[in-house]
Structures are given as C-alpha cells and as structure tokens.
Design a protein around this ligand. Structure first.
Ligand SMILES: Cc1cc2nc3c(=O)[nH]c(=O)nc-3n(C[C@H](O)[C@H](O)[C@H](O)COP(=O)(O)O)c2cc1C
Length: 223
C-alpha cells in the first residue's frame, strides 16, 4: 500500500467486525510498532495484547464512557518505563518516553491498514485502574500506561472530519500570524496528493473485500 494512502486513509473506528486478527498479522503490526524512532535508541515503550473477553471488559471498565472498546477484537495497552531515559536525559526523558510511545502508536495505526484493519488511539481511561488490571501491584509504580489502542476490521465508515489544511498549521520561519504558510502559498493543491486522498477514502471497502477473498470469511489464528 502507498504510504500516503495509508496516512490519509487512517480513521478512528469505534465499531468493529467480530473477525479475529491472525497473530501473524498482529505481529507484523507489532514489528512496525517497534521500528518507530526512539530517543537515544532506548526502547522505553512496550505493549500488552488483550484478546480475551474477560480482560477486554476489565479494560472497558477502566475507560471513561467508552463501552464500544470491549467489542474490538484486540486492545493493545501501550506501556512505558521512562527510567533509563530519565537517567540519561533528566526531566526531558519523561517527554521522550511519551514521544516514543506516540511514534509506536502511529506506526501501528498506519501498518494496520495494510491488512484492512483500523484502530483507535484511546487516552481517556483511569491509568491506575488499567495498571491494576495489567500488572502485579508491586510493579505498578514502574509502569506508565500511555494509551490503549483498539484494533480490528472496521464496521463503520466515519463521516468526513472538518478539513484541517496544512497551511492552517504551518508557519514559515517563525511562529507569527503573518508568517502563516497560507499567506505565502496558495492552498495546497497538488493534484497527485489530492488523488491519493481520494483513493484512500475509497480504499477501506476495497481492501476488506480483497482480504475476505484471500483468506476466507472466517479468519482464524495462524490460518
Ligand atoms: C492522545 C489521543 C487520545 C485520544 N483518546 C481517545 C479516546 O479516549 N477515545 C476515542 O474514542 N478517541 C480518542 N482519540 C482519537 C481522536 O478522537 C481522533 O483521532 C480524532 O477525533 C480525529 O479523528 P480520526 O482519528 O478519525 O482522524 C484520541 C486520540 C489521541 C491522539
């Protein structure tokens, strides 16, 4: 899949098909996750895969009004230990730990689309509750839970979001209103890019059909 197509085709999905995600697909996504850039090349982020209904329900209970999350085929808890980063970089290490996790999450969300999957980055949860569910109590203070990622085959096609143009958020040389890129260049109208965005919007349905054809209707682990 074209990289830009995956970037523009990514959407947060909160309604999933029940299809199980094969482990070989999940582990491709995890490989993409751990290939993200990381400060000082220190792997501060790790992931916990939650697949059983029991665990997913507990995670749902730790979220703020987000019952939909337990219907995702998998939930991935993105956890972090900033210790080595803070030893090396002091206070700034904490920021690096969060940035490391953000890069990991975005890689997963982009890679998931190669397999017709989408995910949602979930930040609204009680961290202490999630920790209670996932770790032993004597390890709780060593772990931060940065996010949950719900992943699966989409069963909804979310509405178009209000357009945010790069020219609204990009400044030239300094962060001053007069230096807004939109004041200097006409709105981005690169036909190749527009084409990619259009293709990305049509893609999810097509990929789903291709996937179903390829591995059959009941996708089972290791099939
Ligand atoms: C740090 C962060 C926290 C988020 N937390 C939640 C959340 O708790 N629940 C949720 O449904 N979506 C959450 N989202 C997803 C955003 O709502 C979503 O990305 C945004 O509305 C744009 O929609 P899109 O992802 O479809 O482009 C979060 C996204 C980020 C980056």
């Amino acid at each position: 899949m074209d990289i830009l197509e995956a970037i523009f085709g990514r959407r947060s999905i909160r309604k999933f098909k029940k299809d199980t995600i094969p482990y070989r697909v999940l582990f491709d996504i995890f490989e993409a996750a751990v290939s993200a850039p990381r400060a000082g090349n220190i792997p501060s982020t790790w992931m916990v895969l939650a697949e059983s209904d029991k665990l997913k329900t507990k995670l749902k209970d730790a979220c703020v009004d987000q019952d939909w999350i337990e219907n995702a085929p998998v939930i991935i808890a993105v956890c972090s230990n900033p210790k080595r980063l803070t030893q090396l970089y002091g206070e700034r290490g904490k920021l690096y730990a969060v940035q490391n996790s953000a890069a990991v999450i975005q890689n997963m969300l982009i890679a998931a689309q190669e397999y017709g999957l989408q995910g949602t980055w979930v930040g609204a949860f009680s961290e202490s509750e999630v920790k209670k569910v996932l770790t032993h109590k004597n390890k709780m203070d060593k772990v931060d839970v940065h996010a949950l990622v719900a992943l699966g085959k989409p069963d909804e096609y979310p509405k178009k979001l209000p357009e945010i143009q790069a020219t609204d958020l990009v400044y030239y040389e300094s962060w001053k209103e007069v230096n807004k890129a939109s004041k200097m260049i006409p709105l981005a109208n690169n036909p190749k890019l527009q084409n990619t965005i259009k293709r990305a919007k049509q893609r999810s349905k097509k990929t789903r059909h291709k996937l179903i054809k390829k591995i059959g209707k009941t996708i089972k682990h290791f099939k």
